[in-house]
Write a protein that binds this ligand. Structure first.
Ligand code: CO
Length: 468
């Protein structure tokens, strides 16, 4: 083996976003985070991931917090470390495509309230669904001198996903003006030797830094990182050990230790890491005590490696079949799933495609014939409303859905009118800021309930002042 270049490896800490999203349903409130921010800021992380769809939703819905307020408080505390968020391309933080004006506004407000790096991805890896967010980030960076656009590719397996596919995507991402690339392996499908092959191939075609994001679900994630580091990856995503492993990321402390032993400098202080570890142990204990943390999420599930479908999708299939009293048909559904995915042009099995493919495969088996009934979302997908399928959609299936209609070849968001003005008008004085309007656009019901509660609290404190 030739000598490996021992360049510094940067660390993105996920404990304030993906780690608690993966293990404790995103229930960590801001007040639990703030006491450790100062120490985390001094460790030497490349960035701290702290914001995204689920953190935003759970703040409003369950924690009764303003997600923008959390971001500003974290920004105040993190004086040296970059803050990072996850952004679902044209879907922003939700599940439907938004008009471009909202995408622009969201990017702009995220950066002005404290985000440095926006990790942008699309469930179909359709770069047209990412361009607007990348442009908006670059526009804001030119004005304010802050903001980085990272394009993330959803990692998946299948005939369409050759090394050629990944390298051509890497070249296009560089051309579209992104600052870095992330390979986002949501399901723990990326195994060590494949990671080495993939990173090496991508490094040959792009100068952009490459970051790797994976989950420990199938038990290979830390090995995958080691091979990726040897192959030249620049940044890895890890979580402090009390909230690492299982459906979360590899542990920061263990990865840093192993990498330092191998001669890679991660730029972080191991003693400081230990203090952060001590802080998060009782935090985790609180979530264990109230039942939010279920140790089941830590068990290794190799189903993803055997069936090449994400663990979460398999458990959904099992639940669906049990509900239909048809668990004895599981083998047939597992055989049908890759066929449906092939018919749809091999979409990555991520939300919402994993649910759509799983339900259609189940329907095909239980109705005793393929595509006797076709789901509404599958029809929209075949009409091109989600974006372009990575491979070819089965022409017979396309004909059955479309008839004489042509699939959409343009970008669905181009058919949408600006949304911000109507939302602002709808909210009237309930919105105290443009950030409020964006919260409402992202999660209408949760935001309106939050505004109502806020007004009640405000009135109460106001009348108290009157008495005084
Ligand atoms: Co993740």
């Amino acid at each position: 083996m030739s000598e490996i270049e021992k360049k510094p490896i940067k660390i993105t800490e996920t404990v304030l976003r993906d780690a608690h999203q993966s293990l404790i349903a995103t229930r960590m409130p801001t007040e639990f985070m703030l006491p450790i921010v100062d120490k985390m800021d001094k460790v030497g992380y490349h960035s701290v991931e702290c914001w995204g769809g689920a953190t935003f939703d759970a703040s409003l819905r369950f924690l009764k917090e303003d997600p923008w307020d959390r971001l500003r408080k974290l920004r105040d505390g993190f004086k040296n470390t970059k803050l990072q968020m996850l952004f679902r391309g044209q879907n922003i933080l939700g599940y439907r495509p938004y008009a471009d004006d909202v995408v622009d506004y969201f990017v702009q407000k995220s950066i002005s309230n404290g985000i440095d790096i926006i990790r942008i991805f699309d469930c179909l890896n359709d770069l047209r669904n990412l361009q607007e967010a990348v442009n908006a980030t670059n526009k804001f960076k030119a004005q304010e001198g802050r903001g980085e656009a990272q394009v993330a590719l959803a990692y998946t397996l299948g005939d369409a996903y050759t090394l050629e596919y990944w390298t051509s995507m890497a070249k296009k991402i560089e051309e579209m003006g992104a600052d870095s690339i992330c390979i986002k392996d949501m399901a723990g499908l990326l195994v060590p030797y494949k990671a080495a092959e993939l990173i090496k191939a991508m490094k040959e075609v792009t100068k952009l830094p490459i970051q790797l994001h994976t989950h420990y679900t199938s038990g290979v994630a830390s090995m995958t990182y080691l091979k990726a580091v040897e192959a030249g990856v620049d940044i890895i995503d890890t979580a402090m050990s009390p909230l690492a492993l299982g459906t979360s990321q590899p542990a920061t402390e263990s990865m840093v230790y192993a990498l330092q032993q191998m001669g890679f400098d991660c730029g972080v202080d191991a003693h400081e890491l230990n203090r952060i570890n001590e802080f998060f142990i009782p935090v985790k204990d609180k979530f264990s005590a109230n039942g939010t943390f279920d140790p089941y999420v830590l068990s290794t599930k190799t189903d993803a490696l055997i069936y090449q479908i994400p663990g979460g999708m398999l458990s959904n299939l099992v639940a669906q079949l049990k509900a239909q009293n048809a668990i004895d048909r599981l083998d047939e559904v597992l055989a049908e799933t890759p066929r449906v995915r092939a018919d749809m042009g091999y979409p990555p099995l991520v939300t919402p495609l994993s649910q759509m493919v799983g339900v259609q495969a189940t329907v095909n088996v239980l109705l005793g014939g393929r595509y006797k009934s076709i789901g509404k979302e599958i029809k929209s997908y075949i009409r091109g409303e989600y974006g372009k399928a990575p491979g070819e959609v089965n022409p017979e299936l396309a004909k059955q859905v479309l008839g004489d209609e042509q699939p959409m070849t343009g970008r669905f968001a181009d058919t949408l009118e600006p949304e911000f003005p109507a939302a602002r008008e709808h909210l009237g004085t309930h919105a105290r800021s443009e950030e409020d309007v964006l919260s409402y656009i992202a999660f209408p019901q949760q935001a309106e309930q939050f505004f109502e509660r806020r007004e009640q609290t405000f009135t109460a404190s106001y009348s108290f002042k009157e008495v005084k």
